[in-house]
Design a protein around this ligand. Structure first.
Ligand SMILES: NC(=O)c1ccc[n+]([C@@H]2O[C@H](COP(=O)([O-])OP(=O)(O)OC[C@H]3O[C@@H](n4cnc5c(N)ncnc54)[C@H](OP(=O)(O)O)[C@@H]3O)[C@@H](O)[C@H]2O)c1
Length: 295
C-alpha cells in the first residue's frame, strides 16, 4: 500500500488478497452455496476497482479456493494462502529443495518464514532459521533445528564463522532485506549450485540509491571484480492449484499450523495495519469482516 501512489488505484479500491469465507454464489463451478472455503485473489488482481478481499463479498476464481479443513477456524485459515504459497514455491518450485537437504531461512518469525520452516520440516528437510532472541522459542516451536540471532552480529559474519557441514542447499531470504551481505558472502555457507532466493528487497520509501546498490551487487558486478559465485533469484507468488492443494493437505494433516498474531474488528482495520507496520508481528494479522465468525 505504501509503494504505489494512490492515484494509480481505481476507486473504490478494496485492498488485500487472503480470505476465508462462505460461498454465496458458486456460479456453475464445482463449489456449492454454503461451502466454507479459504484462499486468495492472486496478488496482481486488486489494482482493479472493487476486487480485494477486505470486504463483505469478494469475487474469487474457484481454482484459488480450497475447502476449510475441520481442524482450523475461518480466522486461522484466512491468512494462510499468500505466505504459505510464497514459502512453498520458493522452497520447491524455485529452490528445488529435496527431503534431507538443508535450508537457511532468514526471517524465521516473519509470516512467510514461519510457514517456510513448517513446510520444509513437513517435507523432511533440515532447517536453520534466524530471528531476534525473543523469537527463538517461537521459531524452534515451528520445527527449526538450529537458530541464529540476527541482532547479535551481522548474520553473514555469524554464518561464515561457523559454516554448516555440508553447506546449505538453499538460502531463503524471507525478511525483504535491502542489505545484500547475506548473499554476497554466501560462497562460504551456500553449496556450489545452491540457490539464494529472496521475497524481494523492500525499500522503505523511494530508495533509488539502495535499489542501484542491489542491482550492482546482484546483477551487474562481474565475478572477476568480486561478484558472488552463487545464483540470486527473487520470487513473486503466483497462482498454482497443485501448490495450494499440497499446502491444504499439510494443514488438514496438522503438519503445518496456521499462525495468527492478532485479530481486529472491521471498524479497527487501520489498527490492524498499524500492527503490521511495526514489523514485529509473529503470524498473520487478521481482520474479521463478520463479527460473528469463529476465532
Ligand atoms: N514475493 C512475494 O510474493 C511475497 C509474498 C508475501 C510477502 N512478501 C514479502 O515477504 C516479507 C515478509 O512478509 P511477512 O508478511 O511474512 O512479514 P511479517 O510477518 O510482517 O514480519 C514480521 C517479522 O519480521 C521479523 N524481522 C523484522 N526485521 C527482520 C530482520 N532484519 N531480519 C529477520 N527478521 C526480521 C520480526 O521478527 P523479530 O522481531 O525477531 O525481528 C517479525 O517477527 C515482506 O518483505 C513482504 O513484502 C513477498
Amino acid at each position: 500500500m505504501g509503494m504505489l501512489p494512490g492515484f494509480l488505484a481505481k476507486k473504490p479500491y478494496i485492498p488485500e488478497y487472503d480470505l476465508a469465507g462462505i460461498i454465496v454464489d458458486a456460479n456453475g463451478t464445482s463449489l456449492k452455496e454454503g461451502d466454507q472455503v479459504y484462499g486468495w485473489i492472486p496478488a496482481t488482481v486488486p489494482v482493479k476497482p472493487a476486487s480485494g478481499t477486505l470486504a463483505q463479498y469478494a469475487s474469487v476464481a474457484a481454482d484459488d479456493l480450497v475447502p476449510l479443513p475441520a481442524n482450523i477456524t475461518p480466522v486461522q485459515a484466512s491468512g494462510i494462502t499468500v505466505v504459505a504459497l510464497t514459502a512453498y514455491q520458493v522452497l520447491f518450485d524455485v529452490g528445488g529443495l529435496q527431503p534431507k537437504q538443508s535450508v537457511f531461512i532468514n526471517g524465521g518469525s516473519t509470516a512467510v518464514g514461519s510457514f517456510a520452516i513448517q513446510i520444509a520440516k513437513a517435507t523432511g528437510c533440515k532447517v536453520t532459521a534466524s530471528a531476534s532472541a525473543k523469537n527463538e522459542e517461537y521459531v524452534r516451536s515451528l520445527g527449526a533445528d538450529e537458530f541464529v540471532d540476527y541482532t547479535k552480529a551481522p548474520l553473514h559474519k555469524t554464518l561464515a564463522a561457523n559454516p554448516p557441514t555440508p553447506k546449505f542447499d538453499v538460502i531463503f531470504e524471507a525478511a525483504g532485506l535491502m542489505d545484500t551481505s547475506l548473499y554476497t558472502h554466501s560462497e562460504v555457507y551456500l553449496a556450489p549450485g545452491g540457490k539464494f532466493i529472496s521475497v524481494g528487497p523492500q525499500p522503505k520509501g523511494f530508495d533509488v540509491v539502495g535499489i542501484l546498490k542491489i542491482a550492482w551487487k546482484i546483477f551487474l558486478q562481474p565475478r572477476f571484480l568480486g561478484g558472488t559465485k552463487r545464483s540470486w533469484k527473487v520470487h513473486q507468488v503466483h497462482p498454482k492449484r497443485a501448490d495450494l492443494e499440497q499446502i491444504a493437505k499439510y494443514v488438514a494433516e496438522g503438519k503445518v499450523k496456521p499462525l495468527v498474531d492478532s485479530v481486529y474488528a472491521f471498524e479497527d482495520a487501520l489498527k490492524a495495519y498499524e500492527r503490521l507496520l511495526t514489523g514485529r508481528a509473529t503470524g498473520k494479522v487478521v481482520i474479521k469482516v463478520d463479527p460473528g465468525v469463529v476465532e
